[in-house]
Design a protein around this ligand. Structure first.
Ligand SMILES: Cc1cc2nc3c(=O)[nH]c(=O)nc-3n(C[C@H](O)[C@H](O)[C@H](O)COP(=O)(O)O)c2cc1C
Length: 217
């Protein structure tokens, strides 16, 4: 039997310095999208490590969940923008079940930010622009890799990337590489508190309007 020593895992769930008292928990604003944008901007401005990385949870047609980290490429009232390949697990999940949940955790600020809602690929022109802004090596990598296909020989993949770079020709976006947008229908703002008395504020979109409630920790 495998025996692990987990005794040195800290008992305190959240350890960062925090951001002080936030008025939104006492007087929730009407628009959670603007508030979420404010939270994301603060995390970036305050130099939170990898502030733009979030876990993206999807589920396949049978309901089997999966999760991975992706990078935030944009956020506005159209939702969270990220990129990936349609042939990947997240891509096939989203084709079968076009809904996802996204979670940021900013340890330094003691904050979590959660989103859930429908996801759709962005239009090809926008995906082209997202692809073209990537560095050459990253575009070559995306062109060579079929995300989630079985890798039988790493050298073959690396040689293909080098061949594409050396060819010096414009690299077209593979059709399987796309931007996606998650349009939030649920947003939760979470601030770590002492003695696990965390503060939580949930918004749910009903029709065109947002409704909020505070949640127990
Ligand atoms: C911090 C971080 C950011 C990542 N960003 C992306 C991303 O923006 N898009 C992407 O497809 N994969 C990204 N990856 C790789 C994914 O975590 C994952 O390995 C890949 O998307 C395949 O996932 P899937 O098989 O669940 O679809 C990132 C990984 C890390 C650790």
């Amino acid at each position: 039997m495998l025996v692990m020593d987990l005794s040195r895992i800290s008992l305190s769930a959240v350890t960062g310095a925090g951001v002080g008292d936030l008025p939104e928990f006492n007087v929730p604003p009407a628009d959670p999208i603007a508030l979420a944008a404010q939270w994301i901007s603060r995390a970036i401005e305050q130099g939170v490590r990898e502030a733009g990385d979030f876990s993206l949870a999807t589920a396949d047609a049978s309901g089997m969940p999966s999760n991975r980290y992706v990078l935030l490429k944009g956020f506005d009232d159209r939702g969270l923008l990220f990129v990936g390949q349609t042939v990947s697990r997240k891509g096939t999940d989203l084709a079968a079940n076009p809904r996802a949940a996204a979670s940021f955790y900013w340890q330094e600020l003691r904050q979590q930010l959660h989103f859930a809602g429908p996801v759709a690929p962005v239009d090809p022109v926008e995906s082209d622009a997202l692809f073209d802004e990537r560095p050459l090596a990253s575009r070559a990598g995306a062109a060579a890799s079929h995300q989630d296909g079985e890798l039988t020989d790493e050298n073959v993949l690396n040689a293909e990337v080098q061949r594409i770079v050396a060819a010096g020709r414009p690299i077209e976006r593979p059709v399987r590489w796309t931007g996606y947008r998650l349009l939030p229908e649920r947003i939760e703002f979470w601030q770590g508190g002492d003695n696990r008395l965390h503060r939580r504020l949930e918004y749910v979109k009903l029709g065109e309007s947002w409704h909020w409630r505070r949640l127990q920790p």
